[in-house]
Design a protein around this ligand. Structure first.
Ligand code: AMP
Ligand code: MG
Length: 527
């Protein structure tokens, strides 16, 4: 049934392949990828399928439910026209150049072109070792596969640029993992996610070639990327390369502004995890802000320095872009235009962020300095005591902004969002009240209509996000072979801005048990 998928494998057709056909770990020079087949698995079983992604690929629901579907998207069966390969890339990890990394457990099966003419690469994550697997096994466990699957789709429905996920399949095999790298490995169920994106090219694909001084191939990859992923940018050449870098900067700024809007913390913003298309990619130890805390990172591997904490993401993205800029230096041969593009990133991000924060507060357009002061005071007030970010912004939309509102009514948006209301002291209460009064006053002064404000706020402040503990609950059940909650969450997260009265529990504050539970507030890179 899947034979209707039409493949057009441009990446492997136009770019140089690793000449070595055998699958063993190695440094791959002078090539952009290595052909490698997925490793067959014992008993593939579909856990969940995202119907919108299937639709995008012209795959019918009946096909998704078929045995063939699970066979294909676990890597057991290759379709006619597939040409599986793993990409070669490097990356800066936690600020240090890590040399060759590459797709250690991701295999692109092929590039499809759908009926609408859209090019979409299909990639299995966890389908066995590749030449880039280094010392690891090429596999993925159920918990991280479910997290990646659900989060990619949740992000898409939130309006955040992201790679998509077609499905997640249990392999029927187990994988050994030492979750917290503390000498306690245990067998876990294995799974494979099929990711979908126009391309999976990362900053690191360019960095590795520049680091090896392979300038011809660097140019070739960039020309290929321009022609394939950025048509209309102009003929290959210095000016177009600069324009392209600027475009990557702008797209990255848009992506990060969205992360800040919805409270997403990527967790591992290494340059190998940055897409040149400005898509969120590689969902590992990510997390969602529950109580607003810009210093928070879910990643225990980053516990010491919090390099990738929520509040640092805009600056980290800029640092990563600078690494990409460095990689382009041999082609541009002038740092000035690249530096200018980088400062454009800052400007562009600031503008997006201000507009977004203004909208989160229900204003039509951002007005300095009044909005800037309101926002900065709010971000302090939110940190006085633990305050749930999604709940607060949803509640704020319901605030009575008339001058007659009583103190209790004014405090309601905060009260509903507090984790420990009893810890709020008098001074903090007064400061909070002062902020709400000021906010309500600003709304009145600008003549923002209540209905208009509510609609605007509810369209940018999600009610339903993939709270860390919700993902964990779905995983707990899935580990018992019950995929009901995975599918229910997928369904709820399709409409994150809508009130879903029978799904209120999914909008609840993090329960106390989830505070210290691994998988909820603490995750490692082990996946
Ligand atoms: P990440 O930080 O998860 O994006 O991974 C960094 C690098 O490690 C990438 O090159 C991955 O392909 C590789 N990697 C991570 N986990 C595994 C694994 N289980 N087997 C092989 N390679 C892996
Ligand atoms: Mg990665």
């Amino acid at each position: 049934m899947l034979d209707t998928l039409h493949f057009d494998n441009r990446f492997t057709r136009e770019l140089p392949a690793d000449p070595q056909a055998a699958n063993f770990r190695r440094q791959v020079l002078g090539a952009c990828y290595s052909r490698v087949a997925p490793t067959p698995v014992a008993a593939p079983r579909l856990i969940a399928c995202a119907r919108e992604v299937a639709e995008l690929l012209d795959i019918t629901p009946a096909t998704c439910a078929s045995a063939e579907f699970a066979q294909v998207f676990s890597g057991n069966k290759l379709l006619h026209g597939m040409d599986p390969f793993a990409m070669c890339y490097g990356g800066h990890q936690f600020g240090h150049w890590a040399r060759q990394l590459g797709d250690g457990r991701a295999i692109i099966l092929g590039e499809t072109v759908n009926r609408a003419g859209q090019r979409l690469a299909l990639q299995l994550k966890g389908a066995g070792p590749t030449p880039y697997s280094r010392s690891a096994d090429g596999l993925a466990v159920l918990r991280s596969s479910i997290r990646e699957f659900l989060c990619s789709e949740a992000m898409h429905h939130l309006g955040v640029p992201t790679t998509r996920a077609l499905c997640v399949v249990a392999t029927g095999e187990s994988v050994m993992r030492d979750m917290f790298y503390d000498g306690n490995p245990r067998p876990e169920p294995g799974a494979i996610v099929c990711r979908v994106a126009p391309s999976f090219t990362r900053f690191g694909n360019f960095e590795i070639l520049a680091s090896r001084n392979d300038i011809d191939l660097l140019r070739k990859l960039l020309d290929y990327t321009l022609a394939t992923d950025f048509p209309g940018m102009g003929a290959p050449g210095r000016e177009t390369y600069i324009r392209w870098f600027r475009e990557v900067c702008t797209r990255t700024a848009v992506m990060i502004a969205h992360w800040m809007r919805v409270g997403f913390v990527h967790g591992v913003m290494n340059t190998d995890n940055m897409s040149v298309l400005g898509l969120t990619i590689d969902y590992g130890p990510y997390g969602w802000l529950e109580n607003y805390d810009p210093g928070w990172t879910p990643n225990t591997t980053d516990a010491e320095h919090h390099r990738y904490r929520f509040g640092a993401q805009p600056q980290v993205a800029m640092w990563n872009l600078a690494q990409l800029g460095n990689a382009l230096m041999p082609l541009v041969e002038d740092a000035v235009p690249l530096e200018e593009a980088l400062s454009e990133y800052s400007k562009s991000f600031d503008a997006q962020w201000q507009q977004m924060m203004g909208e989160k507060l229900g204003f039509r357009t951002f007005r300095a300095p009044s909005h800037a002061e309101l926002i900065s005071e709010l971000l302090d007030v939110l940190q006085q005591v633990e305050t749930d970010m999604p709940i607060f912004f949803r509640q704020l939309a319901l605030l009575d902004t008339s001058s007659a509102a009583a103190d209790e009514a004014l405090l309601a948006p905060f009260a509903a969002a507090y984790y420990r209301p009893e810890t709020l002291n008098d001074t903090q209460r007064q400061r909070t009240l002062q902020w709400v009064r000021r906010y309500a006053g600003q709304v009145r002064a600008e003549g923002v209509l209540e209905h208009e404000r509510r609609v605007r706020m509810h369209s940018v402040n999600p009610k339903y996000v993939l709270r860390n503990y919700l993902a964990q609950l779905a995983i707990d059940r899935a580990e018992q072979n019950d995929y009901g909650l995975v599918n229910e969450l997928l369904e709820v997260l399709r409409r994150p801005y809508d009130e879903q009265p029978d799904k209120e529990t999914f909008a609840a504050k993090r329960p106390d048990w989830a505070r210290q539970r691994p998988g909820c507030s603490m995750l490692s890179c082990s996946s």
